[in-house]
Design a protein around this ligand. Structure first.
Ligand code: NAP
Ligand code: MG
Length: 402
């Protein structure tokens, strides 16, 4: 069989620990035999980040702007324990944070659904994608403990030195106070990323805040979304047969639980933090969750939502067999290949990526899976495979389909 051709390279960002091992296995067994894979390779493994003073992370993000589509392996975000382990010059920042700051995007997370791993919520039939705004609010807040009676105010001073004041509270005794902010620019980027991703995936978009209580802060989010939708997206949504739906956050939570899924739920920063863990857990497994960063300019970076699976890596280093789930990492590759296929008009490439996804799902539904899934799967006949055996099983299913 002739290998499928690519025209534009993917930006390939390699990573760390067990996911780095899986990365190579996925390429060797599931991609290189079938696709004439073109990538521009960046090694974001901690060893090379340290050698280049993290320059490689910046270069990889810039390359994503050049080519438009990247696929990323999970990477270590260094903490104190990693300093001696990797003999680090500095406690380098989270690569995801660096890339996000350069591409200015929104992260969309969606579960991969398979028979046997059933959501805890009975009505959920289709994935729910969470889009979390990644700037500001309580994450960039300023806080103070109020020690005793006194007045707390918000003071804004314009460039001419004129002040505007709002009373927060006239304290009669001890208390606490918090100030936070957001930027119209950032909210606009967030809104456009969400509208673009909804069009891209042909799913409805839901957005919710607490605008009835927060009449200026949250209301601004609501207004910016509404205005951008009316002016730039309404006709496109109509043509695609999808909807934009705004409601209050508490109403949204109730509707999400009663829904059958199949939409994107855009959340403010804090809501997204909390709700993405709730939705991920309710769908069954973190190892079955994909993640894509979409920039307002339309750059895409695909990855798995989980980390480098450190515990499994240490077993691997001792020569023990692991049963680490590669599905979310495979879906990062298929997401990126499909996007490349779409942008470069290579339907064969997109079709291959679709088949590889189906092969993954069919393999699991036939009872062959990794340990994490075997623990929660309700299938009667299931076999726990090692990482290598599982990837080999997917390859066999895929070859049967091609
Ligand atoms: P983790 O890698 O997500 O793993 C936590 C635990 O979840 C594992 O020990 C394993 O449980 C289970 N698990 C996660 N993914 C799995 C998979 N694919 N197959 C089977 N089991 C899986 O989180 P962590 O151990 O807290 O973090 C390790 C490193 O990852 C850290 O250095 C962190 O900085 C980094 N990290 C990177 C990213 C990213 O690059 N996007 C995201 C998160 C964390 P059992 O051990 O019980 O089997
Ligand atoms: Mg969280």
């Amino acid at each position: 069989m002739e290998k499928i051709k690519m025209t534009t390279p993917l930006v390939e960002m390699d990573g760390d620990e067990m996911t780095r091992i899986l990365w190579q296995m996925i390429k060797d067994e599931l991609l290189l035999p079938f696709v004439d894979l073109k990538t521009e390779y960046y090694d974001l493994g901690l060893v090379y980040r340290n050698e280049t003073n993290d320059q490689v992370t910046f270069d990889a993000a810039e390359a994503t702007k050049k080519y438009g589509v990247a696929v990323k392996c999970a990477t270590i975000t260094p903490n104190a324990a990693r300093m001696p382990e990797y003999n680090l010059k500095e406690m380098w920042k989270s690569p995801n944070g660096t890339i996000r700051a350069i591409l200015d995007g929104t992260v969309f997370r969606a579960p991969i659904i398979v028979k046997g791993v059933d959501p805890y919520v009975k009505t959920w039939k289709k994935p729910i994608t969470i889009a979390r705004h990644a700037y500001g609010d309580v994450y960039k807040g300023t806080e103070m403990k109020v020690p005793a009676a006194g007045k707390a105010e918000i003071v804004y001073t314009n460039e001419a030195g004129e002040e505007t004041r709002e009373l927060i509270h006239d304290f009669k005794g001890k208390g606490i106070v918090q100030g936070m902010h957001n930027l119209d620019d950032s909210i606009e980027s967030f809104a456009r990323s969400c509208f673009n991703y909804a069009l891209d995936t042909k799913q409805d978009l839901w957005f919710a805040t607490k605008d009835t209580i927060s009449k200026k802060y949250d209301h601004t989010f609501k207004d910016i979304f509404a205005e951008i939708f009316e002016n730039e997206y309404k006709e496109k949504f109509d043509a695609a047969g999808i909807e934009y739906f705004y409601t209050l956050i508490d109403d949204a939570v109730a509707r999400v639980i009663r829904s059958e899924g199949g939409y994107i739920w855009a959340c403010k920063n804090y809501d997204g933090d909390v709700m993405s863990d709730m939705v991920a857990t309710a769908f069954g497994s973190l190892s079955m969750m994909t993640s894509v960063l979409v920039s307002p300019q339309g750059y895409y970076e695909y990855e798995a939502a989980h980390g480098t699976v450190q515990r499994h890596y240490y077993k691997h280093l001792k020569g023990e067999k692991t049963s680490t789930n590669p599905i979310a990492t495979i879906f990062a590759w298929t997401g990126a290949l499909k996007k490349r296929g779409e942008l470069d008009n290579l339907p064969e490439l997109s079709a291959f990526a679709d088949k590889l996804e189906k092969a993954c799902i069919t393999t699991i539904e036939n009872g062959d899976m990794t340990g994490d899934l075997a623990l929660i799967s309700s299938l009667e006949e299931k076999r726990t495979l090692t990482s290598e055996e599982f990837i080999a099983a997917i390859r066999k299913t895929l070859e049967g389909m091609l």
